[in-house]
Design a protein around this ligand. Sequence first.
Ligand code: C2O
Ligand code: CU
Ligand code: CU
Length: 555
Amino acid sequence: MLGYAHNCIAQHQLYIPDTLSGNTFNLTAHKDSVQLKPGKFTQTYGINNNAYLGPTLLLKKGDSINLTVNNQIGDTTTMHWHGLHVAPKNDGGPFSMIMPGMSWSPSFVVRNNAASYWYHPHMMGKTAAQAIKGDAGFIIVRDNIESALTLPRTYGIDDIPVIVQSFELDTNNQFMPKGMVDSIILVNGTDSPYVNMPAQVVRMRLLNASGERTFNFGFTANRPFRIIASDNGLLQAPVYTTRIRMAPGERYEILLDLTGLNGQMLYLMSYASELPMGVQGGPTMPMPAGSPPMNSPLNGIDFNILQINVTTPTSSPVTTIPTSLAVDTPLTESLLHTSRSINMTADSMMVMDGPFYFNHNLFDMMRIDYRIPVNNVEVWTLLDSTMVAHPFHLHDVHFYILDRNGNPPPAYERGRKDVLLIEPNETVRFIAQFTDFADTTTPYMYHCHILMHEDDGMMGQFIVTPGNPISVPTFDGGKGIDLFPNPARQTVTIKTNVNGDEAHITVTDLTGRVFFDTITVQDLISLNVADWPRGMYLINVTSGTSVTVRKLVVQ
Ligand code: C2O
Ligand code: CU
Ligand code: CU
């Protein structure tokens, strides 16, 4: 039950990042270094006065803000405001590159509800290397609804950002962006951290900013706590629990009642022994003796992350916990315009480290995967056909999880989310509305938030188009496919009418032999059938959850 890596190392007081607030935010990312282990310093990126990570941005819903990101890291980068609902040109995706020595100045209105967000680079192929080295920071959004509640909100005193990251360092103490044998865990950049917290109700804003590891957070001796907010906002009511599982990219805010515990000590822990196989950080499959380690010794064990020393209460402590928080009405399927489905795959079932695909495709900056009319309400069905779990992240808007394998999600997953962890063989459906920002040229991303999977291409992009939502599900009962000519002799053209949605098309003969198999977003596909044996074929088009079959005759 004791910490693996940190038992004999001196404890360090938890670093609380400085804050920036107001309407103008200047961030300068630079090269730096810190001593994480005896011997060589670890090369890092830091922002402004920090040698590692950056200041916390305090934003207020409704404010117009201007940000300037100055790139002094000596490498091309971008800066993404993870979870913020902003126009694509302000989103900091792979297209918004900032050359070395240059700056980028987005401005936007803060539209998100009060919750915890973060910022990190999104450079194609380099997100892991740049974010893990420290080019990232925390964002707190406040709004009037949250401010009216009796909640702890004195930053650094009873309201603590908890940015948890795990890494592998090489023998020269340098970050390994693709390292899976992580043994260093930092909280706010602090190794072996302790924090003093007053003996009253305190709030912890948890962010898993790791490249890969999922944490199963809890406290010493299963001390219960309440979850009050998920990725994009307050829950309707606090959720009483002893565990919260968090994959990379996810945020949850929790309340911990330390009343009467002055002088005592407890730990924020990861109960990783309870994680299922396939979730990075959970138990791993035994490897043959003598093979090099593929996985961290932290996997599958329970370990300490942050020591909490309970101190005297503040002068005006929060001692009660509200019974209700915010009114939030999830979208329902009655509003549905379009369904899509994403199958997560790999080259074989045995692949543990990638590359992983969405619908058999790697990311391609030149390919727009989906065109989504602004205000469209969509249900996305995710299926994980690989042997590892993936934290799926959607840019632009928040979503609500409809179900996991057909069952409603746990209470803490019923609020606004922008990342969800999907396990091997699991099917998860979410609903989202793509409000506000149409832009015919700049796409938004969706991707796996295991940064090495993302960098390897487990990412897609969508454009939100002006115009009206598509309100006709075109894919029903065979009406959705047109064939011409049919019968065919030389070529046949298949019109799928999926409106830029993704369609999986197979053509087989009556014995099941496959003559054609593709996944496409094109509405029109032409096949040369001149060499095909004469006879009857079946054209099978799958899009979203609908399957349409039509007969084709080749003469
Ligand atoms: Cu946290 Cu696309 O990112
Ligand atoms: Cu994001
Ligand atoms: Cu993944």
